[in-house]
Design a protein around this ligand. Sequence first.
Ligand code: NAI
Length: 300
Amino acid sequence: MSELRYDGRVAVVTGAGHGLGRQHALELAARGAKVVVNDLGGDRTGAGASAGPAQQVVEEIKKNGGEAVANPDNVATPEGAQAIIQTALDTFGKVDIVVNNAGILRDKSFKNMSVEEFDSVIAVHLRGSFLVSSAAWATLREQGYGRIVNTSSPAGLFGNFGQANYATAKMGLVGFTKTLAHEGAKYNIKANAIAPVAWTRMTEDLLPADFADKLGVDQVTPLVAFLAHESNADSGEVYTVGGGRIAKIFVAEGPGYGQKETLTVEAVRDNWAAINADSPLTVFKNVGEQMGPLIQQLTS
Ligand code: NAI
């Protein structure tokens, strides 16, 4: 089988100074893409800033014979996001691939979570992905080509103690991804999301140490690179990935319960088992399809 290449493609990877983003940038560059390595360079909580991490990754890419440019802007501000995409346009003349990866952690039990802890995490993960994608969108539409990969998390999809802020942002990215997939379809813009697990500074005190060497960032990047490749035809999907395993995560609906008479509290109680039934599950492609069973009930 032929090697997947990205020659002639321009990729923007946010938060690429460390961890997963760094690996995505290295891999895309090694396979021929020109890469904007964005990173604000703060610590795990988002405190501080430094141009160093992004610059170091660029030097590494260049040393390996690749092409890259550093950008130290903040994904969470409109000006920062605009500047990140402008760096791609000014340096390489276009943008084809956007990997929204930048992230911070401000874990706290819900009882103790401050508005600032909630807002700052939403700002980087959710608002940042919106702003950077938005800054690239007109170009992607005009050229009739784009690949967007958003970074969700199992914590967002399934919930996790101490991460009400993070989980909200990460589940938000699922709806964001599915909507971009619909709006981008006509322009050959594919948007997908990953829910990774990898050993990075973000997770080194959260994951079991025994698995450190098995949960390398290099076990996540191949999926990101595939989703960012022109041969990927799928859009609006979410995949969990890490440690050599990949699986698709579905938003699905059960068979449900319906009645012609006006619903009462007692009818809900009496049909609770049917309402909660989880087989068969249906995965709807859009909200119109999801209305199907209801329309059928209303018209039968
Ligand atoms: P990391 O801390 O090594 O990398 C995150 C990078 O984002 C850092 O280099 C940081 O400087 C940068 N960043 C933070 N705020 C930024 C901003 N406002 N603008 C630009 N850059 C900014 O963490 P890791 O693990 O590589 O995380 C990457 C992504 O993967 C994050 O979105 C994270 O939530 C997600 N993720 C990671 C998991 C894991 O197991 N490592 C699990 C699930 C999701």
